[in-house]
Design a protein around this ligand. Structure first.
Ligand code: ADP
Length: 336
C-alpha cells in the first residue's frame, strides 16, 4: 500500500527501496553480504533477521551509505543512492539504534530537534515540532521535554530515539535492534505502540532484529539471512512460518512455528460464513480482526469445537477447530 500525500500523518511520505545484487566484502576479506536482492515497497516494514554475524547491520548501513557496497545498486524511489550526497541522503533517512544514542547533555526536546536544527529551521517551529513528536510517541512534552536522557527510563529513551528519527520527516526509517535494550514487558508495549505509530506515519521501515517473535509481530515482510549475507527467504511472516523456503529457515523460525503461524493468520481466513441456521449463541465470540491463535485459545478455554466471528457487533461466520489447522498462512499481517 502506498503512503500518499493525502494521509495527514505521512508528511513527505515514504520511499521505496530497491536492493539489487548487493554485496559487501570488508577490506580484511570478510564476506559480510553475499548477494542480496529485495524490494521494500513504500510504507512497508521489512525485517532483517538471522543469526549474529549474518550481515544484517551491514545491509542496513549500506542503505544510508554509512557503508559502501562492494557490488550492486541500491535505489531509493528508483534513484541510485550512489550518486547522492551522503549527508543529504542521511537527512532523508531516520536511523534508530539499540541504545538510542541520545546526547546526554541536551534536553529531550533539544535531542528531538537535532536534525531540524541542522537543517536551519526556525526555533519556535522546531520546538513545536519536537513537542508534537513527543506526543506522537506517547511522552508528555510538558513533563519530559526539559529533562535529560538519564532522567528517563529505558523505554522512554527509546521513544525519544524514535521521535528524533522522525523529526525531519524522513522517507525511510532504519532501525537496528531498536527494542533489545529494554526488558521483555516494556519491549512488548513498545512494539504495540510502534505498530500504532507506523499506522499513522506510514514510513518505509527496515528493522534489524534477532528475535523471531519481534519479526513476526512487526514485519510486513521478513528477510531471513544466513551466514555470509545470503538471503534465504523474503516473504510475509505467515508465509515464512507456514512455508519456510528451506530446512535452515524452518530451523531458524523454530519448532513452535505452527503456533506462531496461528498468531499471524486472521480468523477471517478460516471462517465459514453463517448460513442462518446455526445456533451461535453459546459459542465463544472472536472479532474478525482476531487471529487463529485467539480462536484456538477461546475453544480450549470454553471446551468447544467452534467459535463465532463478530464484525461490527454482529455474528458473520464460524471457525472450526479443524479449519484452523487446515488453513494455510494468510498473506496479510494480523497485528495491524
Ligand atoms: P549482524 O548485524 O548480522 O550481526 P554484521 O553486519 O555486523 O552482522 O557483520 C557481518 C560480518 O561482517 C561479520 O562476520 C562481522 O564480523 C563482519 N564485519 C562487520 N564489520 C566489519 C568490519 N568493519 N571489518 C571486517 N569485518 C566486519
Amino acid at each position: 500500500m502506498d503512503a500518499t500525500a493525502s494521509d495527514p500523518g505521512a508528511g513527505h511520505g515514504a520511499a521505496s527501496i530497491t536492493v539489487e545484487q548487493v554485496g559487501k566484502v570488508y577490506p580484511d576479506g570478510t564476506v559480510a553480504v553475499g548477494d542480496i536482492t529485495l524490494e521494500v515497497r513504500a510504507g512497508e516494514l521489512a525485517v532483517l533477521i538471522g543469526p549474529s554475524g549474518c550481515g544484517k547491520s551491514t545491509v542496513l548501513r549500506m542503505l544510508n551509505r554509512l557503508i559502501e557496497p562492494s557490488k550492486g545498486r541500491i535505489l531509493l524511489d528508483g534513484e541510485d543512492i550512489a550518486g547522492q550526497d551522503p549527508v543529504a541522503l542521511r537527512r532523508r533517512i531516520g536511523y534508530v539504534i539499540q541504545d538510542v544514542g541520545l546526547f546526554p547533555h541536551q534536553t529531550i526536546r533539544t535531542n528531538v530537534g537535532t536534525v531540524p536544527r541542522l537543517l536551519g529551521g526556525e526555533r519556535k517551529q522546531i520546538r513545536a515540532r519536537a513537542d508534537e513528536l513527543l506526543e506522537l510517541v506517547g511522552l508528555d512534552p510538558a513533563r519530559h521535554g526539559d529533562r535529560y536522557p538519564h532522567e528517563l527510563s529505558g523505554g522512554q529513551r527509546q521513544r525519544v530515539g524514535v521521535a528524533r528519527a522522525l523529526a525531519a520527516d524522513p522517507v525511510v526509517l532504519l532501525m537496528d535492534e531498536p527494542f533489545s535494550a529494554v526488558d521483555p514487558i516494556v519491549r512488548g508495549r513498545l512494539q504495540e505502540e510502534f505498530l500504532r505509530l507506523q499506522a499513522t506515519v506510514r514510513k518505509t521501515i527496515v528493522l534489524v532484529t534477532h528475535d523471531i517473535d519481534e519479526a513476526v509481530r512487526l514485519g510486513d515482510r521478513i528477510a531471513v539471512l544466513a551466514e555470509g549475507g545470503l538471503l534465504l527467504q523474503y516473504a510475509p511472516p505467515a508465509e515464512v512460518l507456514s512455508a519456510p523456503a528451506s530446512e535452515t529457515v524452518a530451523r531458524f523460525v523454530g519448532a513452535d512455528r505452527g503456533i506462531r503461524r496461528l498468531a499471524v493468520t486472521r480468523v477471517r481466513d478460516a471462517m465459514r460464513p453463517l448460513s442462518g441456521t446455526e445456533d451461535v449463541q453459546r459459542l465463544p465470540a472472536i472479532p474478525d480482526s482476531g487471529t487463529l491463535y485467539d480462536a484456538l485459545a477461546a475453544m480450549l478455554t470454553d471446551d468447544t469445537l467452534n467459535v463465532v466471528v463478530i464484525r461490527d457487533g454482529r455474528p458473520v461466520g464460524t471457525v472450526s477447530r479443524s479449519a484452523i489447522f487446515a488453513t494455510p498462512g494468510g498473506q496479510d499481517r494480523a497485528t495491524a
